[in-house]
Design a protein around this ligand. Structure first.
Ligand code: 4AD
Ligand code: MG
Length: 460
């Protein structure tokens, strides 16, 4: 089987004899004595044009080739006569590897994102989704490079967990009990008889594990799937998503904000440099202002502003929000949008939130009312990063847990880290899909995940 990719062929500096490519037919048209076939193999946005002369022994079969069929081609790479491409292949042999009948759902026309979600198994064969998932892959690589270059160690935090990191109760339960058993209906799920002998769930965040490792290896990060059973059907929430979570020992909130800002800039720069062609597609067809927005994020100083100041700005804005603003509310997406898109027109880092709306592990400030939290908001997305300096003082942490009604026994190991060699430390979580949305201009999280999981939707 041929494994040369169209992406590398198109980089060629010279004509080449005897090249072989394989891919899927995008379009085909006949001309006198020739058939022109556009083939794409997913290695890049561009197709390669194949010239099939009528002298080929299976020319009849070639003339019946339909969109979506898989083909293998041998021939020579020659400068293209036509416009729009620099190279084409004059074929000496074309084999039909896997035909696609006319029922192939991706005929050459623009399909709506909504329709493409119903055929999520085929959508990566379109230009747009091919580009999304090449960029997603490239960004994962860049995340690891960013941290590795800065001496961070990669930690694999568990997916099945016994603790609710965020304390929001949005966990998917993991059980091997036979929930169809009628006896269970009356008795309820008895965790002591379950697989782990305790309640188990899918993790909402790898942070608690990452903290333990930061207090051993220094600077660490996790990057993996996280799960939330929030029943909110919005454009920016998924039930399964990926999170990047750095955690730094001996680091305060301002160092944490610096890292978040640096990471965002690094990833944008990386994609603009490495995925130029795919990014042009998003700039031309998804969001005409995309390049301007990204360049603006790169060149802007991120505004740093306390929650209290943000609430004041929102209150005096004279905008009538659906959700009224008052000190102590959790900011809604309309508020985040106002701050980052209208008021500042820049990324904004909000810090020092009221303790009442944040999880137990955030460090209590001297005012006793706020915690050392920070969220990064970006235009078009709203919250992309959520993080904090952690409470490293054992007594304060225990008081907070009591206040919030958490069972300290379940967190004995977490509290141990504050008993033995506790140090100031900080970290954050960046939603990987929100990052991809920001970078591609795609406005629905369902369109940047291969097979999205949202309330009522577990197809594929
Ligand atoms: O702000 P969150 O809830 O923070 C945490 O989970 C912390 N434990 C992270 C840490 O400090 N290590 O989530 C972090 C980010 C959000 O800013 C958002 O980008 C993303 O994760 N996120 C989601 N993305 C998609 N779908 C959802 N349902 C998400 N919930 C959070
Ligand atoms: Mg958050």
């Amino acid at each position: 089987m041929n494994r040369i990719k169209i992406h590398s062929l198109l980089q060629s500096k010279t004509p080449l004899d005897q090249v072989q490519v394989s891919g899927w037919v995008r379009t085909r048209r006949d001309s006198k004595g020739f058939s022109f076939i556009e083939v794409n193999d997913g290695s890049c946005l561009k197709n390669i044009q194949i010239i099939a002369p009528s002298s080929l022994p299976n020319y009849d079969e070639i003339q019946r080739l339909t969109t979506g069929s898989a083909v293998g081609i041998s021939g020579s790479l020659v400068p293209s006569q036509g416009k729009g491409q620099s190279w084409e292949i004059t074929a000496t042999r074309i084999s039909v590897i896997g035909p696609a009948p006319e029922t192939f759902p991706l005929q050459k026309k623009r399909h709506s994102d909504e329709y493409l979600r119903t055929i999520a198994h085929l959508r990566p064969r379109t230009n747009k989704y091919g580009a999304v998932f090449r960029i997603r892959s490239e960004l994962s690589y860049a995340v690891h490079t960013f941290f590795r270059d800065r001496g961070f160690r990669y930690i694999h935090s568990p997916i099945i967990t016994g603790s609710d990191c965020e304390g929001a109760g949005e966990m998917f339960r993991v059980t091997t009990l036979d929930i169809k058993n009628p006896e269970l209906k009356d008795r309820g799920l008895d965790a002591t008889r379950d697989f782990f002998g305790k309640e188990a769930s899918l993790t909402v965040s790898g942070q608690l594990s990452a903290e333990m490792f930061a207090l051993a290896l220094g600077d660490v990060y996790t990057f993996g799937p996280t799960f939330r059973a929030e029943n909110s059907n919005t454009r920016r929430h998924a039930a399964e998503f990926w999170m990047i979570e750095p955690e730094m020992a001996f680091c305060d909130l301002s160092g944490n904000m610096d890292l978040g800002e640096e990471l965002i800039r690094y990833l944008i720069n990386h994609v603009l440099r490495e995925c130029r062609e795919d990014m042009e597609l998003f700039g031309n067809f998804v969001d005409k202002t995309l390049m301007e927005t990204l360049n603006h994020i790169l060149s802007s100083e991120f505004i740093r502003l306390s929650y209290t100041e943000a609430v004041e700005i929102l209150k005096t804005s004279k905008v009538s929000f659906d959700y009224p603003v008052a000190y102590g509310i959790d900011l809604q997406s309309e508020h985040e949008k106002y701050l980052t898109e209208i008021h500042f027109k820049k990324p904004v880092i909000l810090h020092d939130y009221p303790k009442t709306i944040k999880p137990f592990y955030m460090r209590l400030n001297v005012d006793q009312r706020t915690v050392a939290a920070m969220d990064i908001l970006v235009p078009g997305i709203g919250e992309i990063v959520g993080g904090s300096q952690r409470e490293e003082r054992l007594d304060v942490l225990q008081d907070r847990m009591d206040e919030m009604g958490l069972l300290k026994e379940n967190y004995w190991w977490y509290l141990d880290s504050r008993r033995y060699g506790s140090v100031p430390h900080s970290g954050f979580g960046m939603g990987f899909e929100r990052l991809i949305m920001m970078i591609t201009g795609i406005t629905n999280i369902r369109d940047v995940i291969p097979f999205p999981r949202t309330p009522g939707n577990i197809d594929f």
